[in-house]
Design a protein around this ligand. Structure first.
Ligand SMILES: *Cc1c(COP(=O)(O)O)cnc(C)c1O
Length: 394
């Protein structure tokens, strides 16, 4: 593996660990344990004097390939693959805080991420302040002497707001706190949080990295010192490890990540432009469009648009439901990043647990719809929307 390889090459070859059989495709090592030639060898392995695997909860060869490939892509020193995106988020947050610490997080977070910082962490004596992450002044105001962690997602779900990552990273550095970025919506191709100054990056690999709707997975990436000091023991002893079978599926998925994300982004951009022209659509939010309210920050920190489009129908919930029900190719599903185009109505699905007021703060109205563009033919998708819009009254 070479550090100079470009992403598309890293994603096909990075981290590959060939067995004595010289297999082309990565092997699945579906094993719980490992055997040692001698008692002395076992002792040395446990002492850390020799390299090698001990137990699959700690690490295993297929997972190791996936972690190394993700490190190569992200430019991270080390990583841990987890059973789901939420296992990655929970591990990244909880492994580094103790009672009396304080977290500052953007309020526009994936629902379960918000629950971890807003509801779970306080149960253990870790306080959390949620801020409107779009304005750096809000982050600064929320800082306390005991602030240990900053947490954000950018672009956000579902309204595709962005947060100035390097601005928040600077604030974190001023107070010795760590910034965790959930980079799912940007994908590892279009945004490099570590280069922007973030300390820890998390992914739900369930989304674009699998990209074909098969299995759950997650990953935490950071520098080796942080992982050794914080995540290493937490990961071993609480057991969020990914199944080697899922690691293998994700290794295969990630090979085609650039091809899929490129097509998805192209589709999303064209659909966003099409929707913006439609009389029944009140507004379109898409990070690749010049009319995005934060286009300047996007130009500074992202190298591509997004595979997601958020838009609002003038006719509210009734119109949103009618549109979704009339689509033929695009499926109704709360998942995202899939090669199939998926559409969801956040107010009644992903964000139904928030109060109406909290939804309004995030810009989610009864007419808000989120599209995750797939890899289908662009014209078929646009025709699907055009046909379905005729079924929407008002
Ligand atoms: C899906 C998602 C998660 C959670 O990932 P799972 O794999 O479903 O556990 C976290 N953050 C964001 C932004 C997501 O989209």
């Amino acid at each position: 593996m070479s550090k100079t390889w470009r992403p598309a090459t890293q994603l096909v070859h990075g981290g590959t660990l060939r067995s004595q059989y010289g297999e082309t495709s990565e092997a699945i090592y579906l094993t719980q344990g490992f055997v040692y030639d001698t008692s002395e060898a076992a002792e040395a392995r446990f002492k850390g004097e020799t390299d090698g695997f001990i137990y699959a909860r700690y690490g295993s060869p297929t997972n190791d390939m996936f972690e190394k490939r993700m490190c190569a892509l992200e430019g991270a020193e080390d990583a841990r693959a987890t059973a789901s995106g939420m296992a990655a988020v929970a591990a990244a947050v909880l492994c580094q805080v103790k009672a009396g610490d304080h977290i500052v997080a953007a309020r526009a977070l994936f629902g379960s991420c918000r629950w971890v910082v807003e509801t779970l962490a306080p149960k253990y004596g870790v306080e959390c302040t949620l801020v409107d992450g779009r304005d750096l002044a809000n982050w600064e105001k929320a800082i306390r002497p005991n602030t240990k962690v900053f947490f954000l997602e950018s672009p956000t779900n579902p309204t595709l707001e962005v947060v100035d990552i390097s601005g928040v990273a600077k604030l974190a550095n001023q107070v010795g706190a760590k910034l965790i970025v959930d980079n799912v919506f940007a994908t590892p191709l279009f945004q490099k949080p570590l280069e922007l100054g973030a300390h820890i990056v998390v992914y739900s690999a369930t989304k674009h990295i699998d990209g074909q709707g098969r299995c759950l997975g997650g990953v935490v990436l950071a520098d080796k010192a942080w992982i050794d000091e914080n995540l290493h023991d937490y990961f071993r002893h609480t057991g969020p490890a990914m199944s080697p079978f899922n690691a293998w599926t994700l290794l295969k998925g990630i090979e085609t990540l650039p091809l899929r994300v490129r097509q998805q982004t192209e589709n999303a951009a064209k659909i966003a432009d099409f929707l913006a022209e439609q009389g029944k659509v009140a507004k379109v939010i898409y990070p690749g469009r010049k009319d995005h309210p934060q286009a300047e920050i996007i130009a500074k920190q992202m190298t591509g648009g997004s595979t997601l489009v958020c838009f609002e129908l003038k006719g509210g919930k009734e119109a949103a439901f009618a549109l979704q029900n009339a689509l033929e190719i695009i499926k109704i599903s709360n998942n995202l990043g899939d090669s199939k185009s998926l559409i969801t109505h956040p107010a009644t699905t992903t964000h139904k647990n928030l109060t109406e007021e909290a939804r309004a703060e995030l810009g989610i109205s009864p007419g808000t719809v989120r599209l995750s563009a797939g890899i289908e033919d662009t014209d078929d998708l646009i025709e699907d929307f055009a046909r379905a819009l005729t079924k929407v009254s008002a």
